[in-house]
Ligand binder design. Structure first.
Ligand SMILES: Nc1ncnc2c1ncn2[C@@H]1O[C@H](COP(=O)(O)OP(=O)(O)OP(=O)(O)O)[C@@H](O)[C@H]1O
Ligand SMILES: [Mg+2]
Length: 199
């Protein structure tokens, strides 16, 4: 079983959105469960609003029961675990995914994260990326690379489709609006990138 944990210092940067969509991606590749490790139960509430996800979504206290026979376990976490938390989380998974919005204010916490994690297997993920002509995300990606922070090639574009999907209780690829479904390609590419890393 491969364990992928989504975490980070900052709130509201797309951690839960990323966890739900990675679980959707990996459910096409094997038996997958999403553990909602956030006391706010964002992922569980998302699942309950809709027709159901193609993967099991459980509270962290029920995780032990869900893991039997799984190929992929995705873990969503609350914002701002302290440094020790981050280290423990990193030790407990195969890959740590750290969503970050492309703004300068996010750079310092990301660099801090990197210092704490050292050699651990993790990647920063740029999320809520504004459309062109903004180059904020590319600049941030470069700044992270300059700081020797491993960062995913794939970036997740900003679209109203994500809050809509959360409201509809589905992953974005199941929305009726085809223009919104197109945004799914970002997470599909991210999933491909992760599978390559986990090989
Ligand atoms: N790529 C995106 N484009 C547009 N909106 C997005 C995107 N990703 C997430 N959002 C929206 O931003 C808000 C915060 O996202 P999300 O709940 O995934 O963040 P989070 O990091 O899990 O937050 P928290 O720290 O509160 O757990 C939600 O309304 C979500 O729909
Ligand atoms: Mg969340």
């Amino acid at each position: 079983m491969k364990i992928i944990t989504v975490t980070g210092y900052k709130g509201g940067v797309g951690k839960s959105t990323t966890a739900v969509h990675l679980a959707s991606y990996f459910s096409d590749h094997g038996k997958t469960a999403l553990v909602d490790g956030d006391p706010n139960r964002t992922a569980i509430a998302w699942a309950e609003r809709g027709p159901g996800f193609p993967f099991i979504t459980v509270d962290q206290r029920q995780a032990m029961k869900a893991v039997a026979g799984l190929d992929f376990l995705i873990i969503d976490t609350p914002a701002r675990p302290d440094s020790d938390d981050l280290k423990e989380l990193a030790l407990g998974c195969d890959l740590l995914v750290l969503p970050t919005a492309p703004d300068v204010l996010s750079l310092t916490p990301m660099l801090e994260t990197a210092r704490v994690l050292g050699e651990a297997r993790y990647r920063a993920l740029l999320t809520v990326v504004p459309p062109r002509p903004s180059r904020e995300a590319e600049n941030m990606q470069q700044a992270l690379r300059d700081g020797e922070i491993p960062v995913f090639e794939t970036m997740i574009r900003r679209t109203i489709g994500y809050p809509k999907a959360a409201l509809a209780g589905t992953p974005i690829r199941d929305l009726p609006d085809v223009r919104m479904r197109e945004a799914w390609e970002d997470y599909a590419r991210l999933g491909d990138e992760i599978r390559e890393i986990l090989k």
